[in-house]
Design a protein around this ligand. Sequence first.
Ligand code: AHR
Length: 500
Amino acid sequence: MKQAKCLIDKDYAVGTTDHRLFSSFIEHLGRAVYTGIYEPGHHSADEQGFRRDVLGLVHELNVPLVRYPGGNFVSGYNWTDGIGPVKNRPKRLDLAWKSIETNEIGIDEFVDWCKKANSQVMAAVNLGTGNPVEAGNLVEYCNHPSGTAWSDLRRQNGHELPHDIKVWCLGNEMDGPWQIGQLSAEDYGKKAREAAKIMRWVDPRIELVACGSSAVTMPTFPEWDRIILEHLYEQVDYISLHRYYGHTAETGDFLGSFVDMDYFIHAISATADYVKAMKRSKKTVNISFDEWNVWYGVEESYDVWETAQPRIEQTYNLLDALVLGGLLCTLLKNCDRVKIACIAQMVNAIAPILTAPGGSVIKQSTYYPFQQVSAYGRGEVLQTIVTCPVYESAICGEVPVVQSAVVWNREKEEICVFALNCDQQEDVELSLDFRSFNAIRPLEYMVLDGPDPMAKNSFAEPEKIKPRPATVSEPDGGFVTVILPKLSWNMMRFAVRANS
Ligand code: AHR
């Protein structure tokens, strides 16, 4: 059997996770909003038409921020279409996803939904067809207390208190030819800088996210990032990264996606730090990985202009969930730089939660690793030393067969070890060295694996893929041994006491 060792030392931490690392995203896209979170006729709908069954699953995911309303959608969206009496709201062509937007849900309703979901809005402004003044007006509508036209309009629309939206994205993927109103790096840098100035003059407490490269594969990466930051470094707090991973011809490449994500994070951090040095700035621009997921990006043809048509409703298999677990470990291990990360998306469109209109809701396979990491991945991420076999991937280079992350929650006196075994043929024996702690006691071990990596949950078989309980060896002189089954995602919790 292959062997892996993981040395865990309480004195070496990468950093403490920002709770916003476990965030998500809902776009006006397909059935994410309409028949996703919102379906007035549904038997579980509350008085505002929000599905309670969906809210129940969202609660379990415990997401602190939800990015909204896009995505590509935001680059053609006029936010004023979505406020005021619903009967007066216009129906519009949504050019991003080729559908009809009814505007039944707008910023006010989404803020209400987020409150019900124990979450907060991370708002994106339109810098495609929209302009900096309209972006400033939205901040004023949402965050200014009262006494101005926009803030009083919010109050008139039923929200006396400001929404107090803290984090704002300056557009979406403006480097992409698919974007409505794509811009060059120079033009985006200038437009976003002016929007940032106005938005911050309206509310100086807000945090701003600049659009970074929408993928490491973009021909403009990383020049785009350098140029835009040269224009607006002092105006922003974060630069965004987006990346989706699909199942390529080689499963080993797909499993190694976490290596690529790590590379992307380091490349953009280095680019941001280059601009920091150039500008002699004292500020560090951190990373908002505000779209990440597994997504095969299959081409779809959109020939019907309707509302709530299925769009990019990928159904996820076991293998996809394993890859997602590997990506989560990478986000944790970069928590010193990645402060915000949004799994894209949350409901129906490339999402861990899938609804049937008028019917039930299920957890996709990818729900589980996200839920576990959100529940037990908060705390100090420890800098481990892992030795394990590697394999060569044509796309990612050298891939360790075991990808892991270790998080110490001091308050709870708990350590959680997350581990992906990428080996397609063999189990791996993992030896965890906890000697810098005492009184280790295994609390829980859950494994996500199965005989068929292509198996999926469905409305007929909603629990086909879900974690199963397993056991680890009794601690022996500070060591714990665990057999990671081939192709598996593992979550182990231990009660620990630090040696004084
Ligand atoms: O999440 C789906 C789409 O992927 C988003 O609208 C866009 O930002 C990205 O290309």
